[in-house]
Design a protein around this ligand. Structure first.
Ligand code: SAM
Length: 241
């Protein structure tokens, strides 16, 4: 069996940021409208748990265009790290996945929608641990249930227990764990994603508008405890002991 890019690659949406455009602030008829609102709102709330303060240092590890810079005070130093070729990144990640910064040199690590794209998640999380000072905190979000979306690759998905284990295995203590966009909403999202690209272009926006309305409604009524078990995105705040 071939290991080359699957033929459906053309249909794979890049998630929130990427070459096909940034969908943060997406209009209600965008196919990712609900999660494009729900995820940044949840991350902003959870970023307060990083306790960065007015002058802390934050590593945005896999930063793309650093969409969440404004979560932190203007006096905080937010350093972007990314693969070669990103002009927004002050630090370039080495081919082995390491970040050329000193041990324990950051108060916080921000990692949003990166873990599913890295070659070696354990290596990536070990780097998060290494760069954090003792007592420093990480906010990491990644996908529980989500369609395939390469950027430049897309390798991994997580269960609630699997992500907790991966973070703990890296030597970090979990402070908070949340699911964002629950199972009913995600099921509707999957139905939309399976049908959307097969529709004639003029029907796509009205179809997505209808689906995203249902997604938002389903997400509103799903209990928090259920979302924490099965969700499109999991977010974790963890602390280096
Ligand atoms: C979907 S984007 C997310 C970007 C940004 N954090 C956000 O939330 O919009 C994935 C990012 O992970 C980066 N990335 C891919 N492999 C990586 C690795 N091994 N280490 C760090 N970043 C990586 C990509 O270059 C890209 O910037």
């Amino acid at each position: 069996m071939s290991t080359s890019t699957p033929p459906a690659a053309r249909e794979a949406p890049r998630f929130l940021a990427g070459a096909r455009g940034d969908v943060r602030g997406a209009r209600p008829w965008h196919r990712l409208a609900h999660i494009a609102r729900a995820l940044p709102a949840a991350l902003r709330r959870l970023a307060a748990d990083l306790q960065v303060g007015d002058t802390g240092r934050v590593l945005d590890f896999g930063c793309a265009d650093m969409p969440y810079r404004d979560f932190f005070a203007p006096g905080a130093e937010v350093v972007g790290a990314d693969l070669p070729g990103n002009p927004r990144a002050a630090v370039t990640i080495a081919p082995d996945g390491s970040v050329p910064v000193a041990d324990a040199s950051f108060d916080a690590v921000l990692s949003t929608q990166v873990l599913e794209h890295v070659e070696d998640p354990a290596r990536y999380l070990a780097e998060c641990h290494r760069v954090l000072r003792p007592g420093g905190r990480m906010l990491l979000s990644t996908h529980g249930l989500m369609v395939w979306h390469p950027d430049p690759v897309d390798h991994w998905r997580w269960t609630c227990s699997g992500l907790r284990k991966a973070v703990q295995d890296a030597g970090l203590e979990i402070v908070r764990f949340e699911g964002i966009m629950g199972l009913a909403a995600t099921g509707l999202q999957f139905f939309q994603d399976a049908v959307y690209w097969r529709l004639p272009v003029p029907l796509r926006a009205p179809f997505a508008l209808l689906c995203q309305g249902l997604v938002a409604l389903a997400d509103r009524v799903e209990p928090r405890a259920s979302k924490d078990l099965n969700a499109l995105v999991f977010a974790v705040v963890a602390r280096r002991p």
